[in-house]
Design a protein around this ligand. Structure first.
Ligand code: URA
Length: 196
């Protein structure tokens, strides 16, 4: 089976599940990009625009992410992007434990298909989930993004080796402009790691 059809069958499986947040969301937001990409970005949850279009990172945070990718010569065809949560939380509130526990098995299935070499986590939830080796009960033991951003972690999870690089969420720099330079510098570090 091709990666595209494997991803499509995961998408169809989610649609059949009565996942938390499904009833308040307009659309499933599954993933976008190149299934053969070496780099996978993991965000937090769809926002309003993503919910409307059923595509991750199409709103203002997505535009910032596109610019950051372009700044190191990459675009959507070089990466795959998905979220921790597959449906939008009402009013973009933070994900709760049950939502993370019920939605992330599908993210893990996506990762198993994509088999990225590098996982870039965007923001606290995604960083804690990946650095706890996909074990939601360990997430509370992982420090916050401020101390972790831009640093390379080599992890073996379920028999697969990943380079994991946590980043501030691009939405954070919209509220806190001083993070823009930090994110730009962390992208330069990603370019360096890719070239090695
Ligand atoms: N923020 C995210 O974490 N994911 C999206 O898809 C959009 C905004």
């Amino acid at each position: 089976m091709s990666k595209d059809s494997e991803l499509e069958s995961i998408r169809e499986k989610i649609l059949k599940e009565n996942l938390p947040l499904r009833d308040t969301a307009k659309n499933l937001v599954f993933g976008k990009g190149n299934p053969d990409a070496k780099i996978m970005f993991i965000g937090e949850a769809p926002g309003e625009k993503e919910d409307e279009e059923g595509i991750p990172f199409v709103g203002s945070a997505g535009k910032e992410l596109d610019k950051l990718l372009n700044s190191i010569g990459l675009n959507i065809n070089d990466v795959y992007i998905a979220n921790i949560l597959k449906y939008r939380p009402p009013e973009n509130r933070n994900p709760n434990v049950i939502e993370i526990e019920t939605h992330t098995p599908y993210l893990i299935e996506q990762i198993n298909v994509i088999k990225p070499k590098i996982i870039i986590t965007l923001g606290n939830y995604s960083t804690k989930f990946v650095l706890s080796s996909f074990n939601t009960s360990n997430m509370k033991n992982i420090p916050g993004i401020t101390s972790l951003h831009g640093k390379q972690n080599n992890l073996m999870i379920n028999g697969m080796n990943f380079i994991v690089i946590p980043l501030f969420h691009p939405a954070a720099m919209l509220y806190n402009p001083s993070l823009r330079k930090t994110l730009e510098n962390d992208f330069i570090e990603i370019k360096r790691i890719l070239e090695n």
